[in-house]
Design a protein around this ligand. Sequence first.
Ligand code: AMP
Length: 309
Amino acid sequence: MRIVLLGAPGSGKGTQAKLLVEKYKIPQMSTGDLLRAEVAAGTDLGKKAKAAMDAGQLVTDEIVLGMIQARLAKPDAKNGFILDGFPRNIPQAQALDAMLARLGQPLQLALLVDVTTDILMKRLTGRRSCGSCGAIYNIYFSAPKTSNKCDKCGSSLTHRSDDNEQTVGKRLGVYQQQTAPLANYYKAQGKLRTVRGVGVVSAIFKNATDIIESQIRPLADVMSKIESAAARQAAKAKAEEAKAKAAAKAAKAAKAAKPIPAAKAKPVVAAKAKPVVKKAAPKKVAPPPKAKAKSRKATKPATKAKKVK
Ligand code: AMP
């Protein structure tokens, strides 16, 4: 199962991705998470990405594509994946198509989680998360019982540095300008489906999985039928080739083992030998001392021949 989750920041696609991972046992690949891990580890890549992230801008395609390529090469990606937050623009989508074509694993579905801008704004600016257990809250929609404390483990909640109103505004602008056109990109490929991302998480998830099952299952069935027919065809061709080779080998062996009949052999040798002896005789007879005596004799028939004329 190879899926791209599309949606504006705050659409809840990350939450849906986690639920899909649990259900289908395939990895989630979030470029946002990968980048935040690089920033937290203080790597060169993280240092390069941080400024763009804090400004609500996209990190360069070069950085993101390198990260995704490395992630897709890991063994757990062979059974499928859920891409979350990638691609973010048309060049990234084209690069992804090229990478997946090389792996022989084209994308099966682009699922857009659709939410209006005013809800997105509240979701993003109100978002708080627990650094210890990962629980997520929202001060507008699902506030913790005690302000800024995790209900589950009591740790302090954090506010992502790019979740302030100004940066969120920029991120939504960047989404509209660069990422939203991906809907048409995937629509043109016949891979786009949309799920409304408002309401109870479990209900959104149910709609999402219904779409996935109806879009991917039949496709997977068709693909497996095509693949097994191709495998049967290849096995048949291989067996026929082996049979032809064996037959050719047997014919060669039989020919080599067959004795040449004596009666047939003699005339062949005699017929070939005669003209060779006739033509070779005059050329070989020419050594100088004996030749003088012989040549006198030899000239006689020549003169006779002239007389005949
Ligand atoms: P996210 O958690 O997906 O909202 O990503 C957080 C930030 O990481 C974004 O605002 C971008 O600065 C950066 N980012 C994540 N994914 C990408 C991507 N595919 N291309 C460029 N920048 C990205």
